[in-house]
Write a protein that binds this ligand. Structure first.
Ligand code: KPL
Length: 307
């Protein structure tokens, strides 16, 4: 089974390394000749495991313009690039192609299904922790779980025929209701990411600082109401409790949104808080805290996502 991967960030590199390790054919699709050159200079993906051991996986790579057909495509780009990533390889896809969208946020998954009704599309969400210490040098910070579920009419509820399990050290589980899992992830990201980005703090501060904790509580209450209006019953405990728990267990982390701002990259605010504000408009929910966060993060971020 041959997998093409679009998006060579930390998660894309983990998947490429683990598929390669499990002896699957895997090809990274890179955006420029310079990126191809960088990969060949590092002789593949350098993978540092949680115990510090390093291995190199000589994964193949090509540009999107290559004209060979794609049978299985994993997209791990930032959420705002999902659609342009799909469009960049559109002429290589057919009704036999399986596409897995693994990213934060909500919105692009539904748009992908609308724009590409002929494809079998799955969505995925992960709690794996990783970061790039240099291009193609991925450091595994923690082992989580990846949930995958069908989101298009054509995708089968069972993934047995597509996702290669075992797949190295990745823990992959099928979800019967992936939309709900994506909602839960968006809700947690909406509670933690914008506040940490605005206050330039680690996740744990949202628990220890009373003012920020109170703010997080208000954000959570709004998000819970928006989710309920959309028919999503999030967790078996209040979102605020769940967000506190996750902020505590990731206390030393800098959220992905704060890292994006520090590194002058576009943020995923539109696919997280922006998505929730759109739903609030649709269902006439009161969401002043989230609307303010959306504006503040847009003002703070000097770079806008590519179109
Ligand atoms: O997913 C995250 C992110 O930073 O995007 C959390 C759960 C907030 C951990 O940092």
């Amino acid at each position: 089974m041959h997998w093409h991967i679009l998006g060579a960030g930390a998660i894309g590199c983990i998947w490429a390394a683990q598929l390669y390790k499990s002896e699957h054919d895997v090809t990274l699709i890179l955006r420029s000749k310079e990126r191809l050159q960088q990969l060949s200079e590092s002789q593949g993906i350098i993978y540092q495991s949680t115990n510090g051991e390093t291995s190199t996986f000589n994964v193949g790579a090509e540009l999107a313009e290559n004209n060979t057909p794609i049978k299985n495509l994993l997209i791990c780009t930032k959420a705002y690039s999902t659609i342009s990533a799909l469009q960049s390889v559109a002429d290589r896809l057919s009704s036999d192609t399986n596409v897995v969208l693994l990213q934060n946020g909500l919105g692009p998954q539904q748009e992908a299904v609308k724009l590409f009704p002929e494809l079998s599309i799955w969505a995925a969400t992960t709690t794996d922790g990783a970061y790039l210490s240099a291009p193609y040098h991925v450091v595994r910070a923690g082992h989580g779980e990846t949930l995958i579920g069908a989101i298009s009419m054509k995708a089968q509820p069972s993934l047995d025929n597509i996702i290669p399990t075992p797949c190295g050290d990745l823990k992959i589980t099928t979800s019967e209701n992936i939309e709900h899992k994506l909602w839960c992830k968006v809700a947690i990201n909406a509670a933690i990411n914008p506040l940490t980005a605005l206050n330039n703090c680690k996740n744990g501060i949202l628990v220890s600082d009373t003012t920020l904790a109170n703010k997080m509580q208000k954000i959570c209450e709004e998000v819970e109401k928006i989710a309920a209006a959309c028919g999503q019953d999030l967790f078996d405990k209040p979102l605020y409790e769940m967000a506190r728990l996750i902020a505590s267990t990731t206390a030393e982390n800098y959220s992905s949104m704060l890292q994006d701002i520090k590194q002058n990259r576009p943020t995923e605010i539109e696919q997280i808080t922006g998505f929730l504000c759109q739903q609030a408009d649709k269902f006439e929910c009161h969401a002043p805290e989230n609307r303010m966060l959306l504006q503040q993060i847009k003002q703070l971020s000097s770079v806008t996502p590519p179109t």
